[in-house]
Design a protein around this ligand. Structure first.
Ligand code: HDE
Length: 708
């Protein structure tokens, strides 16, 4: 009989103390296939001599069933698709690292938040919510912001969104909400859009959605780039330190390049002209070495302060205003590597809010509690069984051993005879690690709970409007205009008048001016506040500048994209000057011409005017040169290019004769953010300054008269 391993006297083998990115790369290496210099084979490893012709009886004869090569290939192809995610089907992801700034031992014992010299590998997936896998990137929607940390103590998934609140307070309403927002069941329309009856029917009947719907009607729902989005864990979580002390925590991600959004007209056009706009931007930024970065911020609330707010910390439709609890930045996330294979990594990655590590814990937020069940459950049908944790992108780097066995697609070849615990046959292994001193296992935070078994909503969840009012009051004027525009657009697409009227009632409870402005656009009477005092609630904070993207924008042109418009005969010196000046500031220039080819000596066009319209850029510079200016002035497409940039409040520059093109497009002259002149240096300086503010907001009213 074979000798059995003997257990050591105490404890279990410790986890590896240092896991780094290279280890994740190496771990994936085992599964990565590189076909360079390799023969084409079947899945059984048999070399294929002819991949062009099915085996047949005679040159013009029938195909033979015997052809195992053709059958294997077609069979595999027939089963290529897996079910897309029910929500968040459209996504893009990247690898990266997370580093904590300094030990957070006082707050949490989580190993990945202790040592600033440690790098924890991460995989981050961004997504839209409503649309199917092939839907457009720039639709008005919430964005998912899901981070998988491969920590030395196991995987921690922070599965958040780019907005800090949610539509509903209880998980049991999620299927209702999703059915309402998805394309309507009878005709599967519209795709990736909330501008339809079922969505507005539901939210107008469910006032707890008022705050979140306001966020989705704001600029947050049409980000300029995935790299300029903030992220939020939404729910209140718990940090637990080594002494067992627990504190409430809210998680925030802040992009280091600042936040920025599209305009609605741009977003709609981009959905048609480049439906991969966000995916491409993320991919290219990482390819260019412009690694996207976010700081991780936490808001900490001591347990004894749980009830000191005018909202419930467990209510996911509420934020903790930064005026009440400031953000503390504790670390940085950097995305530095594009995936090798979309399906293997981005499609198969499986997030779950229940994937946590020692030092973290949940709260009783009823939305979070439901999520803890849903994600694992959905992966079982999406990824074909309970072994999805073995798919390379989902495998933890921490060692894993347990008695779970078999099921579809099992990869691990478990050794030993005992798949149960306790056992004496395999020496008792693997063993549980309690008490913590024996091995640092996960122990749930001890929380006192008492009460009757009831289906009720806590009265502390009743206020549905006061924080929506806070959000509205914290917006700058252009942001308020966009919100009015968004409600008006969406509700104008709702066919049933009672739904429009009911939603106006909700708006009046948020702010009567907001309701009146939208009502006017809908040709309906403006309603007055109609909720009772409990529902209206009261926020101790009346304005929070941190909620506005424009109010806290940091001037920068880093990684922004500029079109240099040039036709044959363009002045090469003006193009080079623009390229150099932009490069020095970390911006990227592309030469755009009516055709591909060379518009000036030594300069190649990167794209055509129709191939890369101005909506794909943050600013436009028209190159100098008489012939170039003449061609562009006579081209309707070129004139539209600059006019559209003007309409979208972008910085515009024209060097030398380039100014003629602006005149030909009938651009109002002497406008803020439009720099013209013969001295390239001066033009570029004011152009860069204007673009650093992202948009020229003061132009908004004038831009309205420019046709879209
Ligand atoms: Fe999700 N959600 N969700 N969700 N969610 C899914 O899980 C669910 C909620 C979020 O990139 C699904 O793997 C329920 C809030 C992200 O793969 C599913 C409830 C927040 C992603 C699911 C919520 C999110 C998902 C679909 C209410 C922000 C994409 C596929 C109780 C904090 C993750 C999947 C990725 C995906 C359920 C509410 C974020 C069906 C039941 C709140 C970022 O399990």
């Amino acid at each position: 009989m074979a000798t059995k391993k003997q257990p050591p006297a105490t404890g279990v083998a410790p986890s590896p103390s240092h896991i780094n990115t290279n280890q994740k790369v190496e771990a994936l290496e085992t599964f990565r296939a590189d076909a360079t210099n390799q023969a084409l084979t079947t899945n059984q490893g048999v070399k294929i001599a002819d991949n062009q012709n099915t085996l047949r009886a005679g040159e013009r004869g029938p195909s033979l069933l015997e052809d195992f090569i053709m059958r294997e290939k077609i069979t595999h192809f027939d089963h290529e698709r897996i079910p897309e995610r029910i929500v968040h089907a459209r996504g893009s992801a990247a690898h990266g690292v997370f580093k904590v700034y300094e030990s957070q031992a006082e707050l949490t014992k989580a190993a990945f938040l202790q040592d600033p010299s440690k790098e924890t590998p991460v995989y981050v997936r961004f997504s839209t919510v409503q649309g199917s896998r092939g839907s457009a990137d720039t639709v008005r929607d919430v964005r998912g912001f899901a981070v998988k940390f491969y920590t030395e103590e196991g995987n921690f998934d922070l599965v958040g969104n780019n907005m800090p609140v949610f539509f509903i307070q209880d998980a049991i309403k999620f299927p209702d909400f999703v059915h309402a927002v998805k394309p309507e069941p009878h005709n599967e329309m519209p795709q990736g859009a909330s501008a339809h009856d079922t969505f507005w029917d539901f939210v107008s009947l469910v006032p707890e959605s008022a705050h979140m719907v306001l966020w989705t009607m704001s600029d947050r729902a049409i980000p300029r780039s995935l790299r300029t989005m903030e992220g939020f864990g939404i729910h209140t979580f718990r940090f637990v330190n080594a002494q067992g002390k627990g504190r409430f925590v809210k998680f925030h991600w802040r992009p280091t390049i600042g936040s920025a959004s599209l305009l609605w007209d741009e977003a709609q056009k981009l959905a048609g002209k480049d439906s991969d706009f966000h995916r491409r931007d993320l991919w290219e930024a990482i390819d260019n070495g412009d690694y996207p970065e976010w700081e991780l911020g936490v808001q900490i609330v001591e347990e004894e302060d749980e009830h000191k707010f005018d909202f419930d910390l467990l209510d996911p439709t509420k934020i903790i205003p930064e005026e009440l609890v400031p953000l503390k930045m504790i670390g940085k996330l950097t995305l530095n590597r594009n995936p090798d294979n979309f399906f293997a990594e981005t499609e198969q990655v499986a997030f779950c809010p229940g994937h946590i590590v020692p030092g973290l814990d949940f709260t009783n937020d009823p939305l979070l509690q439901g999520r803890l069940f849903s994600y694992t459950d959905t992966q079982i049908s999406r990824l074909g069984g309970p072994n999805f944790h073995e798919i390379p992108i989902n495998r933890p780097l921490a060692p894993l051993h347990n008695g779970q066995r078999d099921a579809m697609h099992r990869q691990t070849i478990d050794k030993g005879q005992a798949s149960y615990e306790p056992n004496s046959i395999d020496g008792g292994w693997p063993k549980e690690t309690a008490p913590a001193a024996a091995g640092g296992g996960f122990e749930s935070y001890t929380e006192r709970v008492e009460g009757s078994k009831i289906r009720v909503r806590s009265p502390s969840f009743k206020d549905h409007y006061s924080q929506a009012t806070l959000f509205w009051n914290s917006m700058t004027d252009p942001e308020k205009d966009h919100i009015v525009g968004a409600y008006s657009f969406e509700l104008s697409k709702v066919e049933r008048k009672p739904i429009r009227e009911r939603q106006l009632g909700i708006l009046a409870n948020i702010d009567e001016t907001l309701a009146a402005r939208v009502a006017e656009n809908l040709g309906l009477p403006a309603p007055k506040k109609n909720a009772d005092a409990d529902e209206l609630g009261k926020s101790s904070v009346t304005e929070s500048p941190a909620l506005s993207i424009i109010a806290k924008a940091k001037p920068s042109v880093k990684t922004r994209k500029v079109a240099i418009l040039a036709a044959p005969g363009a002045d090469a010196a003006s193009i080079k000057a623009a390229q150099d000046a932009l490069k020095a500031e970390g911006a990227h220039a592309k030469v755009i011409s009516p055709t591909l080819g060379s518009p000036a000596q030594g300069i190649e066009a990167d794209a055509t005017i129709l191939g890369m319209p101005s909506i794909m850029f943050d600013g436009v510079i028209v190159a100098g040169g008489k012939d170039s200016a003449k061609t562009l002035s006579e081209s309707g497409d070129a004139r539209h290019f600059v006019l559209e940039a003007f309409k979208h409040l972008k910085a515009i520059g024209a060097i030398g004769d380039g100014e003629d093109v602006l005149a030909a497009a009938h651009l109002p002259s002497g406008e803020e953010g439009v720099a013209v002149g013969s001295d390239a240096k001066t033009v570029l300086k004011s152009f860069i300054e204007a673009m650093s503010k992202h948009r020229v907001w003061s132009r908004a009213q004038k831009a309205e008269s420019v046709p879209a």
